[in-house]
Design a protein around this ligand. Sequence first.
Ligand SMILES: Nc1ncnc2c1ncn2[C@@H]1O[C@H](COP(=O)(O)OP(=O)(O)OP(=O)(O)O)[C@@H](O)[C@H]1O
Ligand SMILES: O=P(O)(O)OC[C@H]1O[C@H](OP(=O)(O)OP(=O)(O)O)[C@H](O)[C@@H]1O
Ligand SMILES: [Mg+2]
Length: 282
Amino acid sequence: MLRIAVPNKGSLSGPASAMLHEAGYQQRKESKELVLVDPENEVEFFYLRPRDIAIYVSSGKLDIGITGRDLLLDSGANAEEILQLGFARSTFRYAAKPGTADGPADFRGMTIATSYEGVVAKHLADQGIEASVVHLDGAVETAIELGVAQVIADVVETGTSLRNAGLEIVGEPILTSEAVVIRRTGADAENHQVQQFLRRLQGVLVARSYVMMDYDCRVEHLEKAVALTPGLESPTISPLHHEGWVAVRSMVEAKEAQRIMDDLYALGARAILTTAIHACRL
Ligand SMILES: Nc1ncnc2c1ncn2[C@@H]1O[C@H](COP(=O)(O)OP(=O)(O)OP(=O)(O)O)[C@@H](O)[C@H]1O
Ligand SMILES: O=P(O)(O)OC[C@H]1O[C@H](OP(=O)(O)OP(=O)(O)O)[C@H](O)[C@@H]1O
Ligand SMILES: [Mg+2]
């Protein structure tokens, strides 16, 4: 049975469970459930604090886990990313009151508040900056107003939290993060169950970002049309009863679909349809 760690709270929890559900796995119905066995898929899910997941996975007690790249790096655990999942995207950045610092070099002697001590201590050490780091569990933006620190290092998505606290970003992003699947570093890459699990999640990622496009076009326009819709492998071309016309079927990126439909129409293609993909194995 494959043993998988899933975030039980916070920004990662809902989207992770939704993705697993979309991939055909059973998911817990109550947020208090800590373990769920899915016998049909031979998988056991452990709902754990996102911050603890890399530690469980690196210990070898669980085969794989879903967590944030920033949490993985902060933990220092012996685990590695094997798939990027595209949700809980964020950057991790320094921020301070305007006029405090132009860049990290100005942090010398200052105190930096963060929930990600591991990441911050390493970043400062790599740059040779001596500053104090104070650990806070959350709502780090308030630390400056309350005089606990002059600088914070925190997760930034829209920047709303920083703006509301009257803070501005200092320097370049320390890292960019998203939800990732992790396994213990050096674990058997060929493990059949893990490979199957990853293929299912990859199927969800493709189904979410691609649509199937069908259209009819004149044979003499086919080359140009196919250049617009090359597909992942190659488009399917079928003859039409109407001579001189073919039907084309190809996967296209959902965010490009409307532009491609306009371009195909301008080329003379007609009956241009897109349909959602519900599941897929590439
Ligand atoms: N506003 C956000 N937008 C996108 N990703 C976020 C956001 N806040 C946190 N994350 C990401 O979620 C993960 C942190 O999960 P965690 O559950 O610890 O934090 P949280 O969502 O802030 O919940 P909590 O309220 O428990 O602090 C990290 O990978 C982080 O980058
Ligand atoms: O740039 P934004 O879109 O504002 O998002 C970033 C904020 O979201 C998270 O906070 P959360 O609400 O989880 O509270 P926390 O600080 O207690 O973790 C994160 O810690 C930032 O504070
Ligand atoms: Mg948070």
